[in-house]
Design a protein around this ligand. Structure first.
Ligand code: CMC
Length: 419
């Protein structure tokens, strides 16, 4: 085993290294502080591995994303969201019997407890659905007294998958003053989301197959993304042995931020603002380059992908297809393409490897599908659910210590209290 050496104040320290299955090297600095009293300093954790994980592999330089070894391109083009969810959570592709049982489990848990359904109807119709979603997942331990039981973990996983879809669609129906649409076992998961949003409790709505297939792809490309902000939050909360429901509630809240999952809504709002302001793309590109302006080009850039975001490549293609198939001609799309073209040629963006990310195209597709803008991040949350669940389960199985980073204190040193 090779070691890494560090010299500090004339003293040498040696640390073991280890290599992951794709050749990534980690330096285990667990003994650094006990031996030297120094800590590593890595704000934003850009260089810090917080765990070992066998769920998702990303190579940001090469634009590779794989779940349990399977390429995202294959999963997005050849699989279903239920199958990918099973894969991400359980580690292997399901047999047909396992998949049927998994889907039946989701259907079984697609009906919300009465208290949750009732609470959903008490929210103002203007409430942001991300607030409703996190409030309702936070309330699940209040209605399930087995929320923390070891032998209820599998049931709670299925509750999470079934309930998240129902919370989102029931709240949307509430905003429209309509009754919730029951889950239809003849439809797949994306089909049930669309039916729950646009169908009626009396039936009579046919899910459009183009929308259904696009949503299937959209949910798959969001299924997991290793130690991103929301997943790290789920692990952070779970490391204190909080329940699955509570840990995922934290993940939903973290996702809402516009630099993370909230970017899909922010992209459309940005395009709208630019359009309202006369559609001058160049002006906004200049603003994005000017740090004083406080304006960022939403849907561009990524901490890990420094070549291209493979999810964006999949969605860019899907975006063109969906708009053509649905016959949608959207002036926002022309504006988006113009921004994309300028960014791909402009030295500022090229030098910093700022490419369109998953949220750039997903927002445009959701809009073409007629999904309300404030539901975009909810769809990200629904798609990310298997990833959050898988990480919570993996962390629990691996054991380990409570997550507790350190800091370098920079405040006042000891001073006398004035009285
Ligand atoms: N517009 C203009 N400049 C940018 C942008 C942007 N969208 N993103 C990064 N930069 C600049 C940044 O100012 C910095 O410049 P300099 O080196 O001169 O100081 C450089 O690029 C590196 O940026 P950073 O902020 O250090 O990068 P980060 O890894 O900390 O942040 C990010 C990544 C995604 C938060 C950031 O690129 C961003 O704010 N993008 C817009 C929001 C967005 O689309 N988020 C969705 C991410 S994909 C979905 C997900 O997985 O969450």
């Amino acid at each position: 085993m090779s070691t890494a050496k560090l010299s500090l104040n004339g003293q040498d320290y040696e640390f073991p290294t280890f290599t992951g299955s794709e050749g990534e090297v980690g330096i285990d600095i667990a003994k650094l502080r006990p031996e030297s009293k120094a800590i590593t300093f890595d704000p934003g954790y850009g260089n810090t591995g917080s765990c070992k994980s066998a769920i998702t592999f990303i190579n940001g330089e090469k634009g590779i994303l794989r779940h349990r070894g399977y390429a995202i391109e294959d999963l997005a083009n050849k699989s279903t969201f239920s199958e990918v969810s099973y894969l991400v959570i359980h580690g292997e592709l399901p047999t047909p019997e396992q998949l049927s049982a998994f889907e039946a489990g989701i259907a079984e848990h697609s009906t919300l407890p009465a208290a949750i359904s009732d609470m959903i109807t008490r929210f103002p119709k203007t409430a942001h659905p991300m607030s409703v979603l996190s409030s309702m997942t936070a309330a699940l331990p209040a209605v399930y007294d087995d929320y923390i039981n070891e032998d209820s973990v599998d049931t709670n996983v299925m509750r999470m998958l079934g309930h998240v879809l129902a919370i989102a669609t029931e709240f949307h129906k509430h905003t429209e003053g309509e009754a919730a649409v029951p889950f239809d076992s003849n439809l797949d998961y994306p089909g049930n989301f669309l039916n729950g949003m646009f169908g009626s409790a009396d039936g009579g709505y046919t899910v459009n197959p183009i929308r259904q297939s696009a949503l299937n792809k959209l949910l798959i490309v969001h299924a997991d993304h290793e130690q991103n902000c929301s997943t790290s939050t789920v692990r952070m909360i779970g490391s204190g042995h909080a329940s699955l429901f509570t840990s995922i509630t934290g993940g939903i809240s973290a996702l809402w931020g516009p630099l993370h999952g909230g970017a899909n809504q922010a992209v459309i709002e940005m395009l709208h603002d630019i359009q309202e302001d006369g559609g001058d793309s160049e002006k906004y590109m200049e603003m994005a380059k000017d740090k004083e302006s406080g304006f960022r080009l939403m849907g561009f850039g990524h901490r890990v992908y420094k070549n291209f975001d493979p999810r964006a490549t999949i969605l860019k293609e899907a975006c063109d297809e969906v708009l053509e198939d649905l016959g949608v001609s959207d002036p926002t799309l022309a504006l988006a393409k113009n921004l994309e073209r300028i960014a791909l040629e402009d030295e500022y963006f090229v030098k910093r490897n700022l490419y369109p990310n998953v949220d750039f195209y997903s927002g445009i597709i959701y809009r073409a599908m007629g999904i309300p803008v404030d539901m975009f991040t909810v769809l990200f949350a629904i798609g990310r659910m298997p990833g959050w669940i898988a990480h919570w389960l993996e962390m629990r199985e691996d054991g380990g210590r409570i997550h507790r980073p350190r800091q370098i204190y920079t405040g006042a040193t000891h001073r006398e209290f004035p009285r």
